[in-house]
Write a protein that binds this ligand. Sequence first.
Ligand code: RI2
Length: 315
Amino acid sequence: MIIVSGVSMELNEIADSIKSMEIRGAGLIARSAAGALKQRALDYKGQDIQALRKQLEDGRDILVASRPTAISLWNSMQATLLGIEQAESVEEMRDLVVSNADRFMTRSSRAVDIIGEFGAKRLRDGMKVMTHCNSKAALSVLKTAHAQGKHIEVYATESRPWKQGLLTVRELGAAGIPTTLIIDSAVRWAMKDIDVVFVGADTVCSNGALINKVGTSQVAMAAHESRVPVIVCAETYKFSPRTLTGELVEIEERDASEIVDPNTLPAGVKVRNPVFDATPPEFIDSIITEVGVISPYAAYEVIVREFGQASIFEE
Ligand code: RI2
C-alpha cells in the first residue's frame, strides 16, 4: 500500500489512477509507479524468489501499460528493477527493489529542483513567459525565478481538452506570479508579447525531438516564427533509450468524450483525441536537464551517458 495525495493505494489502483489521469504529469507518474513496485516488494511475504520476481515483472507490465507515451514510466520501472536477476534470495531482491525505487524517487524530485535553479538563470526582470499544459519541471523554473525576486509574467494556455492550464494558473496565482490564462487558439496572437517559452517533456527522442502535450508543436512553431526561444525542461529519465534503437513513440489517443459528448453529434461524425504531439529539434532553443543545459541535438549523448549504449557488438 502506498500513500499518494494522502490516500493509500494498491499497485492496480495506482495504474488505474495513472490511466484515468488522476495521477498525471510524466514525472509524478514515474515516481508513483516506482513507489507502487516498491510496495509490492515489501508486501510479498513468501520465500519463493521466482514468485517474487514474477509479481514484480507483472506489476511493471501493468504500470507501463497505463499510459504509453511518457518514457519516464518505462525508465522508472527499469531503474526500480535494475539488477533483480542477480539477487540470490527474496530478502536481497526485496532490499534491492526498495533501494532502487527510493533512489529513483529522490533523484527525480531533486532533478525538478535543479532544473528550476538552472532555468531561473535564463529569466530576467520584466520577462513575459509562455507555458503550455502543467509541467512541474517548467513551473519549477518559474517559481524559482519568482522566489529570487525576479518580476516575471506568465501566459498559460488552457491546454484542452483536459485543461491542465487551469492547474497552472491556480498554482502560479497562488505563488503570487502575475499570470494570464489564454485559450490554445490565442497562442500566436499572444506570442508578439512573449520573451521566452518554457514547456515540460514527456519524452525526448534520440534525435532531439520533443514529445509533449498536444499543442506544444504549435506553440513552438509560433515562437519560432516570432524568434522567441523555446526552452524544454526535461529530467534525464524523460530521454528515451528506446528511440536510440529506432523505436517510435506511441502518441496516446484518449476517449472522444474528453472533447465532446459524441451523442450530441450526427451519426458518422468522427472525433479523435491525440493528447501528445512531436516538436522537431529545430524549433527548440535548449533542453534544461538536471545534468546541464543542452542543445536538443545532444540528446544522444545524454541517452548514452544515462542509459549506456546497447551495442550490436555486445555478446
Ligand atoms: P512534468 C504532462 O502530460 C504534460 O505533457 C507535461 O508537459 C509533461 O507531462 C511533463 O510533466 P499529462 O500527464 O513531469 O498532463 O514536468 O498528460 O510534471
